[in-house]
Design a protein around this ligand. Structure first.
Ligand SMILES: C[S@@+](CC[C@H](N)C(=O)[O-])C[C@H]1O[C@@H](n2cnc3c(N)ncnc32)[C@H](O)[C@@H]1O
Length: 235
């Protein structure tokens, strides 16, 4: 059982630093209306996609490559009667037309993927001038090799990059005006302690709870070396 599988079994909504509270603050700064077309990629159980569709009444697509997450997201949209187009797909190969979206949001997703391929897909499906918002883990202080190995294997990260490396990569992929924010969060907002949005599977594997405990322990142990940033950029 890895970290993402644990999140899926527990059906954790808002599984990113800052949770829905931070998401709402970020979206408030954007000009979103009923004709805005938005993709929430790596949507998990669909908390952000549901908020977008419900509050802004814009056209929302929600994509995740984990079937359990997709099923739980569909369930959420059905219960709330929200018309969110939902699909199981990998961010590095999206079955979506080019230049279709005004905005893409990915909250704690890209570090788990092949970063260059993921960003290149996002640039393909965004309209010229489209906005990309990502919440991502960053390395604040040099990690020793064994620490990096431990973190990447537990979380399934492909890379843990510095803020500067993220910025350079976003520019290389063709984004402009990369703006970086470091929101101040309380300890519980950095982990899943503050989350109260769960959709548990019928049978939850015992290992799942161990995964969560290990997550909390790692976050505490690496609190000086790991952080997160919000990257907001335009095509
Ligand atoms: C930490 S969770 C965050 C979920 C959601 N964005 C949220 O904030 O609650 C990361 C999500 O990214 C999804 N994911 C990871 N790699 C992916 C990929 N290559 N393509 C699509 N989704 C992916 C996982 O299945 C998981 O739902």
């Amino acid at each position: 059982m890895n970290y993402l599988e644990g999140l899926a079994e527990l059906g954790v909504g808002g599984a990113h630093p800052g949770g829905l509270k931070l998401t709402k603050e970020l979206l408030k700064k954007e000009s979103i209306n009923e004709s805005t077309v938005i993709l929430d990629v790596g949507c998990g159980t669909g908390q952000t996609a549901a908020y977008l569709a419900g509050f802004y009444q814009c056209a929302v697509t929600a994509v995740d490559y984990n079937q359990m997450m997709v099923d739980k997201a569909i369930n959420r949209f059905k219960l709330r009667k929200l018309p969110v187009q939902t699909m199981k797909a990998d961010i590095t190969q999206l079955p979506l037309k080019s230049e279709e979206y005004d905005m893409v949001i990915s909250e704690s997703v890209i570090s788990f993927t092949e970063i260059t391929r993921a960003l290149s897909e996002i640039t393909r499906i965004l309209k010229p001038g489209g906005v990309f918002i990502a919440i991502e883990i960053v390395c604040e202080r040099t990690l020793r090799d064994h620490e990096k190995r431990m973190l990447t294997s537990f979380y399934g990260f492909t890379e843990i990059q510095t803020e500067e490396a993220w910025k350079q990569q976003l520019y290389r992929e063709g984004f402009h005006h990369v703006r970086v924010e470091k929101p101040k969060l309380k300890k519980e907002e950095m982990t899943l302690e503050d989350t109260n949005d769960f959709d548990l599977s019928e049978k939850v594997d015992e290992d799942t709870f161990e995964v969560l405990v290990l997550h909390e322990e790692l976050m505490e142990r690496f609190k000086e070396k790991l952080g997160f940033r919000v990257f907001r950029c335009k095509l």
